[in-house]
Design a protein around this ligand. Sequence first.
Ligand SMILES: [Zn+2]
Length: 346
Amino acid sequence: MHAWYSSHHLAHHGHGELIGGELLAGFELPVRAERVRDAFVAADLGEVLTPADAGLQPILAVHDARYVAFLQSAWAEWRALGRTHPALGMVWHAGLGLPREEPRHIEGKLGFYSIDAGCAIVEGTWEAAYWSAQCAVAGAQSLQRGEATALAVCRPPGHHAAAALMGGYCYLNNAAIAAQMLLATHGPRVGVLDIDYHHGNGTQAIFWQRDDVFFTSLHADPHDDYPYLSGHASEEGEGAGHGHTLNLPLPAGTTAPAYLAALEVAIDATLQRGCRAVVVSLGVDTFERDPISKFKLAMPDYLEIGRRLRRLRAAGVPLLFVFEGGYATDEVGSNAVNVLVGLERG
Ligand SMILES: [Zn+2]
């Protein structure tokens, strides 16, 4: 198994975060990806490789071109106002149902292209997001070469980013970019299995009206936790996509038995839909000591998650793991890599 990692993620740092109404240092830190890479090496699972530059094409297959242009120029436009602190929007469209037109001013654009205040932009944000996506592209290419498993150590994460919206620390949807690529070789249907603590709202939105990608997500009940506005069990997709979204919200305090039972439901559904490759949005913020979430999974439970995923492998379905959330910096590497260890070694 290969892990795809790019040190460009280190350029995305120093951005604060609104937490409980206060602008604080934040949880989405560079050390997170470093720990995952280090744990992969320590577990002796395979080689860590640096992705080649596959360019913008795989990104533009999922994301709106004007949104991508905004991400590329946002810092320069913000800097042109004489500002050196992180760029953050303050005006959001909240579903008024009125026509939308891209603003000229960077403050307007920051809101126009955001679902929330979780995506400050600093000088290195585009560089990091671009190479995070390239890790996912390289991971998809691993599966396209016939490898059974690969890990993309993506940072920033991606599953809250929609086609033309950033949110929740996410700028480019790495999992969706990989799933879109895999359709070319593993179609007619691939799966995205999102096991991050938070609903993968961006991924769901990208594939909402499509029947070629089956999206399933285990996450905190959105009545009580971020992203609040989506992730209910009643959301099943629309039009051609009806029946191709499966949400499995779980209550605060969820421990392994209930979590693993929901995971089995998700695996069953993924197999029933005939998915020929699966992208796992690998968030480990389900951990009991994660600072921003309320599930209670313990360290050994991540090995068990990997063991349960062996059922997909037994059906001949290759798996690409795309790193998403996980903010307990001491354990994030071990927890993420233990899923792979459980898969590989039982
Ligand atoms: Zn999360």
